[in-house]
Design a protein around this ligand. Structure first.
Ligand code: SF4
Ligand code: SF4
Length: 477
């Protein structure tokens, strides 16, 4: 019996600690706590909204920090550290333990979008918003724009990227959906990332009276994320708002704790989705490109060659700066990008993304093909989708280490090598975890233990390739 078959045997009335999953008593206590105080979340969101506005906008009005200013004596430096050293890596890390709790319990953007929706036009959500590729496109645009405007270094860029995202969330919420979070379900670039990674999280909301059929999108539900509650199987859209959780009721959902990675091990029972898999590949590649252009000498060679080609052709405008909303123009901080920088950064990041996506897709295809030869069930396409999820830990560790590098910097005060060693340990853990998930997915595809080594090999090689590609960006040349 597959572990998740236990879901079919859930008692109709789940009250207190007699529930399936890990540590039932603890999950019952957590559930009761959040159900009891869920109305107070509005105040938490209001405070978070003010903190968000302060962190992203106040540095714009403060004097330029001194060269030697630190997060302890300068607010702009503190805001930058809070954003990239704490919020970014810790939110992603928290997904392993608590799924999308950031979204439901703390995020001011999602809450603002929902507030706007209550007083807004409440129009039907159009198809272009529904399209599953929309959050992928929004993630890619935001990530690349973040690099060209220098979002990790300049408060103006932070205000543009995060303020713009907040504005888009509010406008979309104001126009579309009825008592829903259309932005969070369909468009938020952060939500998509957290959603994919929440599948390895230790928290699951499970239906007390599950209905047959896969997860469905529906607007006729109390769920702000438009989840068809009795058919809910996947974690990715659930923001853990506890609105559908009533411990004494016979229907709705209940909180279940599970070992991290369990949903991906049994991904076929949790609505696998090929868009998510392609997103994992693309996100890993684009984040990698965002780092490598900063450290690789080859990037400078490419930039020089492209610049020479334009100048030889008489296109001197390539040396001019463009609009400040598109590229970093900060002479006061000795950073002024021109169109050459803009095109080479965008081109380099896009090329890295395409190459990394090709590597991961090819290795997954090889794994799926070899799994078929070893006796796996399903079609090649479905095996590909399932096996693509094995890269989730490696992709997550890449993003935490790469984009949240600021978190590790203060550790060098204890020992110069500590940040590097910690990052290396995290990477190794990610690779081993990915390998484990690959093995479990193959088991569920019906491949016997003695025949799994060959289909596992492409996954190992793919993970090592990701590790190798991050090497100069994280550990130095
Ligand atoms: S989906 Fe995005 S905007 Fe919505 S709650 Fe999550 S992070 Fe915030
Ligand atoms: S399924 Fe329940 S807990 Fe999850 S987002 Fe919907 S209403 Fe909130």
């Amino acid at each position: 019996m597959a572990p998740d078959d236990t879901l079919k045997m859930i008692p109709l009335r789940v009250v207190g600690a007699d529930r399936p999953g890990l540590w039932p008593r603890l999950s019952s206590i957590i559930e009761r706590f959040f159900v009891r105080y869920k109305d107070a979340l509005v105040w938490v969101h209001a405070v978070m909204f003010l903190v968000f506005l302060t962190v992203i906008f106040l540095p714009l009005f403060l004097p330029e920090p001194a060269e030697n200013a630190t997060a302890l004596d300068d607010f702009s430096r503190f805001a930058n550290f809070a954003m990239w050293g704490l919020w970014f890596p810790l939110v992603f890390f928290s997904v392993i333990f608590s799924g999308r709790s950031w979204c439901g319990l703390l995020c001011p953007m999602g809450a603002a979008s929902e507030w706007a929706n209550k007083v807004g036009l409440q129009r039907a959500i159009p198809d272009w918003v529904h399209w599953e590729g929309t959050p992928i496109v929004s993630f890619l645009i935001i990530t690349i724009l973040g690099q060209t405007v220098g979002v990790r270094d300049h408060p103006e860029a932070v205000a543009e990227v995060f303020g713009g995202t907040m504005l888009a969330a509010i406008v979309l919420g104001f126009v579309y959906g009825k008592k829903k979070r259309a932005w969070c379900r369909h468009m938020c670039p952060i939500g998509l990332l957290l959603g994919v990674f929440s599948r390895i999280g230790a928290v699951q909301f499970t239906a007390k009276r599950p209905k047959s059929g896969n997860d469905r999108f529906t607007e006729k539900t109390i769920c702000p994320m438009m989840i068809d509650i009795p058919r809910k199987q996947e974690s990715r859209h659930c923001i853990e708002c506890f609105r559908c959780v009533h411990p004494e009721a016979k229907s709705g959902l209940f909180l279940q704790l599970r070992s991290p990675g369990r949903e991906i091990e049994n991904i076929r029972q949790h609505n696998p989705n090929r868009y998510e898999v392609w997103f994992l590949f693309l996100a890993t590649g684009v984040a990698l490109g965002g780092f490598l252009w900063l450290v690789l000498p080859q990037y400078q060679l490419i930039r020089a060659a492209v610049g020479e080609w334009f100048i030889n052709g008489g296109h001197y405008w390539i040396g001019d700066s463009g609009p400040t909303w598109l590229m970093s123009v900060h002479p006061e901080r000795r950073e002024v990008f021109n169109w050459l920088d803009f095109f080479t950064i965008v081109g380099f990041m896009s090329a890295t993304m395409i190459i990394m996506t090709a590597v991961l897709a090819f290795s997954t295809w090889m794994a799926a093909w070899l799994a078929g030869k070893a006796g796996a069930d399903l079609s090649l396409k479905d095996r590909f989708t399932e096996l693509g999820y094995q890269y989730t830990p490696v992709a997550m560790v890449s993003l935490i280490i790469g984009l949240g590098a600021t978190l590790f910097q203060p550790l060098s005060a204890f020992n110069e090598d500590l940040p590097r060693l910690l990052k290396l340990a995290l990477f190794c853990a990610g690779i081993i975890w990915s390998l484990w998930l690959g093995d479990r997915i193959l088991k569920n595809q019906g491949v016997f233990p003695g025949r799994r080594s060959l289909p596992l090999l492409p996954g190992v090689l793919g993970s090592l390739m990701v590790g190798l590609a991050w090497w100069p960006g994280i550990f130095g040349m």
